[in-house]
Design a protein around this ligand. Sequence first.
Ligand SMILES: NC(=O)c1ccc[n+]([C@@H]2O[C@H](COP(=O)([O-])OP(=O)(O)OC[C@H]3O[C@@H](n4cnc5c(N)ncnc54)[C@H](OP(=O)(O)O)[C@@H]3O)[C@@H](O)[C@H]2O)c1
Length: 300
Amino acid sequence: MKILQIGGTGFLGSHIAKRLIERNHELTIITRNPDNEMSFDKSKVKLIKGDILQPNDLNISEKYDVLIYTAMIPFKPGRISNRKFKELEKITRQYFQNTIDLAKKLSCTLILTSGASFETKGDEVADENWAITRKGMAALGKCYDEMVSEIKISNSIPLIEMLPAQIYGNGGMFNKLISMAKSGRTILLGGGNNFLPRVHVDDCADAFLLAIEKQPVGKRFIICDDLNATVKDFMLHLGAAFGANKTIIIPKIILRMVIGKHIYNTLTMNTKVSNKRIKMELGWQPKYPTYKEGIKSLIL
Ligand SMILES: NC(=O)c1ccc[n+]([C@@H]2O[C@H](COP(=O)([O-])OP(=O)(O)OC[C@H]3O[C@@H](n4cnc5c(N)ncnc54)[C@H](OP(=O)(O)O)[C@@H]3O)[C@@H](O)[C@H]2O)c1
């Protein structure tokens, strides 16, 4: 297949790119920095220098079967003020709108990535029929819901939605947590008693490969492993695996003051989700069904 990817150099995107290369698909990646080192063989990919915020400067003349969006807005961990949040909201809208417009221009299938943000209580388990909970940083993506709904009503492009859980693996921002554990500390922000679904980056990329090759148009998929676990269980296991011997708990009241409400709401939201649909409809099976096997695979 001829595939165009925005975000193909990132944490998740580069794992998808590696798989597409292995499967001999013809891959083109839009990147702002084509000269950067990349974790896949650059000679097997066509790189287009470009920025999704400047769509008119994108020099794309070929036809593609699929456009994959795995880009991430510029975002540094830390406190987010209301003003910064509004700025990020605007940028998020541009990322999604320009991507959708590009898919319309190319008349190809769009695989759009958001996140498995669902607020659940007690034994509730969310599935793809639930509305995405736009709370915390996920509220940046409110525009996503409007745009997706418009695509569905107007049937303007073939759309597949991917909603990964928190992705872990060697790379991206997750490397910071590994480094912290290696330096001897596990930090539990807000105590960590809330549930947060996870998926190993290899399993997540496998799910994308299935979606790209099977094209289940009109569907949305939650991508998470088989175990709904608490943040605390995951973090303590990660810490122990990398030699941490000290656990620091930041109480919720302090966390809220330091980090601001947007990140606080993201870090403390309770989420349990189901991976039934992606297993049944795409035949996806995680190689790492729980974080216990997954974290073991990260020890190099
Ligand atoms: N990581 C997670 O735990 C997680 C969980 C759920 C959902 N997601 C979603 O999964 C996707 C990938 O996340 P990630 O963690 O892999 O992100 P990441 O490592 O930060 O990757 C960012 C990617 O976005 C590209 N990008 C950013 N701004 C761009 C722009 N203006 N124009 C073109 N490309 C741009 C970057 O390309 P260049 O720098 O090469 O231009 C890079 O390839 C995101 O949509 C994210 O919301 C992630």
